[in-house]
Each structure stands twice: as C-alpha cells, then as structure tokens.
Design a protein around this ligand. Structure first.
Ligand SMILES: NC(=O)c1ccc[n+]([C@@H]2O[C@H](COP(=O)([O-])OP(=O)(O)OC[C@H]3O[C@@H](n4cnc5c(N)ncnc54)[C@H](OP(=O)(O)O)[C@@H]3O)[C@@H](O)[C@H]2O)c1
Length: 386
C-alpha cells in the first residue's frame, strides 16, 4: 500500500485524486490531506477515508474540527503543510495546491526523498531550476507531472531516444476567449472567462487558460520536466482537446496522446508512477463519433503571455517567479472585479521588465521575490484604478 499525502484535497484536482484513491483502495492509503478553508468538503473526505490520520487547515478555525475528530492530528497555516508532510510517513505527496504556496511543500518533500505527483504547475514556473537541482542531488526521488499535456508528453516520449525527437508540441484549447480578437476582450467578465470550452477546473487556472498564461506556464513546465531546448517546445491550437500533446520525431512522424478530457486519467498515470491502469469507471473516447479534429497556428500578438513565458526560460533565475507572482495578483484582481481582463498581460510584463534577476535562486530568494513582485503588481493595479 502506498501512503498518500494529498495537498489541496478540496479543489478540482484534489477531488479527482480522491476518486482515483477510492477506486484503487487496494493500492493506496490516503493518510493526510490539506485544505485552505473548504471545511464542508474536508469533512466529506474525512468520512470517505477513515485512513486519514492528519489534516492541515491553512486558513480556517480548527477548534470544532478537533472536537469532532479527536483521532485526527490537525495542523494550521501555510507552515502546517510542511508539518503535515513531515508527520504523515507518506510515500508520495500529491500536490494539488493552487499558486506559489505549492512550491515550499514540493521542495520539502523532494529534499526528504518523498516522491511528488505534481499538479501545482506554479512550483516549476517559479522554482524550476531549484527543483531540478534538488532532483539532481536526490537520485532516488521522483517527480511525476499531473498536468494532462505533460502526462501526454511523458507517454509520447516513453521508450524514445531524445536525439530522435524534433520537437514537443503542447496543444491548447485557447480558453474561453479563443474566438475573440484583442479588441473584443475589452469588458469581458469573470463569468465569460469561466466558460472553458473543454475542461472543468478551478477558477484560477480557468482564467489563466483564457489569458493563455496557463499555456505559457506549460511551456516552462515542459522545459524543466523533459530537458528540451526552449525552441523545441511548440504550442498548437486544437479546438477539441482530444489530443493532449504530441511529439514530432526527426523523420517527421508524429506520436500523439489522445483521450477524453478527464483529469482522472493523467492523475492515475502519475499515482501509478507512469503505468496505464485499467479503470472502467472512466469515460472512453469513441473516435468514430468525432468526425474531425481542428488545428490552428497561434497568433503571438493575440496571446502575449506566451512570449513572456519564453523569456522566463531564456533569462532564467527569478524571472519565472516574477511572472508567476504578477500573474497571481492580476488573476485574483480580475476575479474580484478590480482589474480589466485585457490589462493582465500588460501588468505582468511591466513587473517583469523592472525586475533585476537573481541567478540560481534559493528557496528564500524565491519567497522574497514572490512577495515583492506580487506587491508591485498590486501597486500597478491600484494605479490603473485611479
Ligand atoms: N483543475 C485542473 O483540471 C488542472 C489541470 C492541470 C493542472 N492543474 C493545476 O493544479 C493545481 C490545482 O488546480 P485546481 O484547479 O484543482 O485548483 P482549485 O480547484 O482552486 O483547488 C485548489 C486547492 O488548493 C487549496 N488552496 C488554495 N489556496 C490555498 C492557500 N493559500 N493555502 C493552502 N491551500 C490553498 C484549496 O483549498 P480550498 O478549497 O479550501 O480553498 C484547494 O484545495 C493548479 O496549480 C492548477 O494549475 C489543474
């Protein structure tokens, strides 16, 4: 039995992970979970998994919970995430947190030789170099991506020699506004942005999909996960979200990964350490009903976030951390109605332009830069409101 510590259990990825853990309860034991403040969801998870021995509630009172569940050890606040991992004796951390808050627990787990199944893409965007340094020093520990595009790439690259690969191609649905011009983005609302054409996900990543910041982040993720040059990682608009990513080989043949848009498939692949697991409860995809698949070239002027992400790879150091922090501030401000959607990339760029990069940052450097860049983005947002 593999003991699992699930961070961000109450979110979209967290709930899908619980589904897989329940289905394969002969292989996994869920021993520890975290939430931010969704106490109702936490209680339903505790009732479904009597194996849970410890819980971290980052941002809500725990007194009532402690009285109700005396057999469970409770931790609180952001530091509680580290205590949770440290006290859980888990074999794998599933990191389904959203945002920069996910970096520290990933670092802690890997440094303590605990495998990580990583949905929290902000970890690699902000701290890709640091994570790869840790992986270089800890040979026995593994990082398994959960993002559907990266699981698809991992599948396509299996049993392939890197030197035979021409390029990686990450597919993009284009998000809620894919058929709008930049001019037409003026005045779009949160409700509009949350209408993702193919995936049902948490609010932050759904807005990131609409700006394409998410796809930019996925280029950065792919760079740190698979060790290909930045100019060998392309993005292709693909309306149906059926092909999750492709690899073009040097002989011009393609290897692609197709499947239903259901995150439980990549989650299962990560939890089983890159094994395809039979699961009849998941939907299947009838290709004969599809008819056709569509592909379009990306207009980089329409989606400036992609070039910003490529800059983070080229210039390295703390720049990815800055892009991530500025985006977190802008994404939240847009969701709170404090910032227009079409200003998001402009502010991210301003904060990035002003940043003096620190090379080979430590975790402390990244935490400092994250706070600073977040605050600078907030200052710009306030200036715009004047
Ligand atoms: N959803 C997808 O299909 C998908 C696909 C690929 C990659 N990802 C990536 O996976 C990660 C999770 O995405 P999601 O869509 O599952 O997000 P989500 O639905 O918003 O869930 C986020 C989880 O993190 C917790 N959380 C939020 N802020 C926190 C904080 N400050 N401190 C501690 N915990 C906090 C939330 O707790 P509460 O519920 O209590 O707020 C929740 O459990 C993101 O990095 C995203 O980019 C998601």
């Amino acid at each position: 039995m593999k003991k699992i510590c699930l961070l961000g259990a109450s979110g979209s990825i967290g709930k899908s992970t619980c589904d897989i853990l329940k289905k394969f309860n002969n292989s996994f034991e869920l021993v520890a979970v975290s939430i931010n403040k969704s106490v109702d969801i936490l209680e339903s998870i505790i009732l479904q998994f009597p194996s849970i021995k410890s819980v971290c509630v980052c941002n809500a009172p725990i007194i009532e919970l402690q009285k109700k569940y005396p057999r469970i050890t409770f931790f609180t606040k952001e530091d509680g995430l580290i205590d949770l991992i440290a006290n859980s004796s888990c074999d794998m951390v599933v990191n389904a947190l959203v945002g920069f808050v996910g970096l520290k627990p990933t670092v802690y787990a890997l440094e303590h030789d605990i495998d990580v199944a990583l949905a929290n893409k902000e970890t690699l965007v902000a701290g890709g170099e640091l994570i790869n340094d840790i992986l270089d020093k800890h040979h026995s520990v593994h990082l398994y991506p959960i993002d559907s595009e990266h699981v698809a790439l991992a599948k396509c690259l299996m049993h392939k020699n890197h030197k035979d690969v021409k390029r990686l191609i990450i597919t993009a649905s284009g998000g809620a506004f894919r058929d709008l011009t930049r001019e037409e983005l003026k005045g779009v609302t949160l409700q509009d942005a949350l209408k993702h054409p193919s995936w049902s996900m948490g609010e932050k990543i759904t807005v990131d999909s609409a700006t394409m910041v998410n796809k930019g982040f996925e280029i950065i993720e792919a760079y740190y996960l698979f060790n290909f040059e930045e100019n060998k990682i392309d993005v292709l608009l693909h309306d149906e979200s059926v092909i999750h990513s492709l690899v073009e080989m040097n002989d011009h043949s393609y290897v692609a990964d197709l499947g239903p848009a259901d995150m439980r498939i990549p989650i299962s692949f990560a939890l089983f350490e890159k094994e395809y697991q039979k699961n009849d409860t998941l939907p299947s995809l009838d290709l004969s009903l599809l008819g056709s698949l569509h592909f379009r070239k990306l207009d980089l002027k329409r989606y400036p976030a992609l070039e910003l992400a490529r800059r983070c790879i080229k210039e390295k150091g703390t720049l990815g951390c800055v892009m991530n922090a500025a985006n977190e501030a802008c994404n939240l401000a847009f969701r709170k109605g404090e910032l227009e959607f079409d200003k998001i990339e402009e502010i991210i760029k301003k904060v990035m332009d002003e940043h003096r990069i620190i090379d080979h940052p430590t975790l402390l450097d990244l935490i400092y830069v994250n706070n600073q860049a977040y605050q600078e983005a907030i200052n710009y947002i306030k200036e715009l409101k004047k």
